[in-house]
Design a protein. Structure first.
Ligand code: ADP
Ligand code: MG
Length: 220
């Protein structure tokens, strides 16, 4: 079953008289137990695609369905509810509330998905190697720690679908392997993962790789 499907997504941006076609008819689907990687040069539309897929942005054409239910062209309230129920999202930045500790950030995410579980917070912190940083504020974290804390937040509610935008962009090899292991554990648990990445180490572990160029999928 395809838990995540996108049909003919189009997204245009206008700045003055200039039009950028960031997505030009993108189709994709991700099944349970699948890791799908989206690769492509900077500016090819990866982040725009992930924003439209998660309902953070609205495509100008086409639609997205999650677990068979259309997400596109719903009210912001409905989209937010569907996001909380289905997605864990790791963006390129801004994944943590700056005034909350790592642990509080994870707990808040669980509260929003109505899945509070103190034991799981401890397990999550441990699995991303941040057990000793639970009470640190985001400003006190290194780049790699920030990425891992963001991943712990994205995984907090054990989401059926994880969407991650370049999760290994600023991390060292060790952290990268740790993140790859997290994604593989999700596959084993039958969960879906969609990841935009430049990392061949990460894309190499995916079940499928979609190459995006100028807003179009070149294979798939
Ligand atoms: P990638 O993540 O692959 O680097 P993006 O999805 O960020 O690519 O960008 C795709 C194209 O859309 C680029 O040309 C970018 O400049 C443009 N773009 C993205 N977001 C906006 C925006 N909010 N306003 C104007 N142009 C945008
Ligand atoms: Mg991007």
């Amino acid at each position: 079953m395809h838990v995540l499907e996108a049909w003919e997504l189009y997204r245009f941006f206008h700045i003055g008289d200039d039009e950028t076609a960031a997505l030009r008819g993108v189709n994709l689907h991700v099944g349970l137990g699948e890791i799908v990687a989206v690769v492509g040069p900077s500016g090819s539309g990866k982040s725009t695609l992930l924003s439209c897929i998660t309902g953070l942005d609205e495509p100008d054409g086409g639609h997205v369905a999650v677990a068979g239910v259309r997400l596109t062209r719903r009210s912001e309230t409905v989209r937010a509810r569907m996001r909380a129920a289905h997605f864990g999202i790791l963006l390129q930045s801004g994944n943590l509330f700056p005034h909350l500790t790592v642990e509080q950030n994870i707990r808040l995410q669980m509260l929003m998905a109505e899945k509070s579980d103190q034991n799981r917070i401890i397990l999550l912190l441990d699995s991303v190697g941040l057990a000793h940083r639970a009470s640190a504020l985001p400003i006190e974290l290194s780049g790699g720690e920030t990425a891992r804390a963001g991943l712990a937040v994205a995984l907090a509610a054990d989401p059926p679908i994880l969407v991650a935008d370049e999760p290994t962009a600023e991390v060292d090899r060790d952290t990268e392997s740790r993140l790859v292991r997290q994604f593989e554990a999700r596959r084993e648990a039958g969960l879906a993962t969609l990841v935009a990445t430049h990392s061949m180490a990460l894309a190499g572990r995916a079940d499928r790789i979609l190459s995006l160029k100028d807003g179009r999928i070149e294979n798939g």
